[in-house]
Design a protein around this ligand. Structure first.
Ligand code: ACO
Length: 428
């Protein structure tokens, strides 16, 4: 059986044979299909990329129907159980798990790029006292571009490596400074003796004690959450990273753009919206009434549904298990009961079953973050920090792919045909 697709253009009666490679046809192969020599050629129309692969990738595999997620071939469940975030970040970016010495070098380099230029503090001081942490993060990571002009050398592998250390190292520091600024607390410098997440907790929560000692349970729980959020193939923010990167912009401004895409309530902003929704519902007995309103089209059940997963999001399963460990330290978050009731009712309801709507990664993460003491509007920042390694991996893969060029979709123009300019006095 040949791996081709035979198409007949009924407008002309002509037949075309189009190769199928890796289960896809090339959209450019449609261009030869024309009704006349002047015809531009056939295009495909795909708003929101519902059925268009924009790249070849070797980073993350998802089977949305079966609820499978793998980074570089490794199942997410194994990584969450046996690995740590920095090792996973190395894996995602380099394609292989590090040896002991590779890991030590990686950890050392990231740890030694956690500090921010002192001017960054002044920059952040300029934000209003109630500025949204994601707004501060997006602007500050973009501003790093002005501190490291050599980041423009995107084709230089050594320069790229340095920016990767800086981005992964400095994102938690920016996030922590944004939090401390909101709270009116002094900024805390990184502590290189602590782990990646231990140091992040230090920069967030250290008060007058000479040495901050993170709770090992919370440190590990945050590390697991970071592993689960590290990459998720061609989602809205990864696509933004690739799109901006395709113009050869530097990785700091590209990351700012990706983080901006993450900020929206339909993407990484959903974890914040879940908590607002739980607050609005208030008590468990109000859940059926809320579900009724969702089904009537008055809002969405936030943290439910996914473009790719038409089954339980494997990340949500692991987060639910992690929640119990966190609550042993922090005490149980009462919002959990409302969330469990929402899930119980929704999973039995025809509306959600028919549309294959299941809890996604954001459904339970916010409940854990809240129990750990994070304010609701900081949740998306907690998504952006680990996703930075995924964005970087996607960006580097794009740069090294000879088939990639500046991203530039086509459009189907449906506007006015040519017409002549009318002076204002003649307009009606
Ligand atoms: N609550 C109620 N109904 C929903 C929900 C939801 N959360 N999600 C989808 N639907 C319904 C839609 O109304 C639509 O119904 P219809 O066919 O009767 O019109 C149907 O399910 C399909 O929904 P679409 O919006 O077409 O699905 P799409 O793939 O475009 O959207 C998305 C996916 C954005 C995640 C959507 O499910 C959603 O808005 N969920 C809530 C927000 C959320 O949790 N986002 C986080 C996603 S995970 C992440 O980005 C990290």
């Amino acid at each position: 059986m040949p791996d081709t697709l035979t198409l007949t253009d009924n407008r002309t009666g002509k037949k075309y044979e189009i190769p199928i490679v890796n289960g896809v046809i090339k959209a450019m192969d449609l261009r030869q299909i024309k009704v006349s020599d002047e015809d531009f050629g056939l295009m495909s129309y795909d708003p929101a990329f519902m059925n268009t692969a924009s790249c070849h990738s070797k980073i993350t595999f998802i089977d949305g129907d079966k609820g499978i997620l793998r980074y570089r071939g490794y199942p997410i469940e194994q990584l969450a159980e046996k690995s740590n975030y920095l090792e996973v970040a190395y894996l995602i970016i380099h394609g292989e798990l590090p040896t002991k010495s590779q890991f030590e070098e990686w950890r050392y380099n990231i740890t030694h790029h956690t500090m921010l230029h002192e001017n960054t503090k002044k920059f952040m001081d300029g934000f209003h006292h109630d500025a949204h942490p994601m707004g501060m993060l997006v602007s500050t990571v973009g501003a790093l571009s002005t501190f490291y002009p050599e980041a423009r050398n995107i084709h230089d592998a050594e320069a790229r490596k340095l920016q990767m250390y800086r981005l992964i190292g400095k994102m938690p520091t920016i996030a922590a400074y944004a939090y401390r600024h909101r709270m009116g607390l002094p900024y805390v410098y990184p502590d290189n003796e602590l782990s990646y997440t231990g140091n992040f907790l230090n920069m967030l929560f250290k008060m007058a004690e000479p040495k901050y000692e993170p709770s090992p349970t919370l440190e590990r729980a945050l590390d697991i959450l970071f592993i689960l959020h590290a990459d998720h193939e061609q989602n809205c923010s990864a696509n933004a990273m690739r799109s901006i990167g395709s113009s050869q912009a530097d990785p700091f401004v590209s990351t700012a753009g990706a983080a901006a895409a993450l900020y929206g309530p339909l993407h990484g902003g959903a974890n914040e919206q879940v908590l607002r929704m739980l607050d609005e519902i208030g008590t468990k007995d109000k859940v059926p009434e809320f579900i009724k309103r969702v089904k009537a089209g008055e809002g969405r059940l936030m943290g439910f549904g996914h473009r790719i997963y038409k089954n339980y999001d494997p990340r949500a399963k692991i987060i639910k298990e992690t929640a119990d460990q966190v609550f042993e330290v922090t005490g149980r978050n009462p919002q959990l009961d409302i969330a469990l009731e929402l899930e119980r009712i929704a999973l039995q309801d025809e509306y959600f079953i028919k549309r294959k709507l299941y809890p996604n990664v954001d459904f339970y993460s916010g409940i854990i973050y809240q129990a750990m003491g994070f304010p609701t509007d900081a949740f998306t920042v907690l998504f952006a920090i680990p996703r930075t390694s995924g964005w970087i991996a996607q960006w580097q893969e794009l740069l090294l792919d000879p088939e990639q060029k500046i991203a530039r979709p086509r459009q189907v123009y449906l506007g006015a045909p040519k017409r002549d300019f009318a002076p204002m006095e003649r307009r009606r």
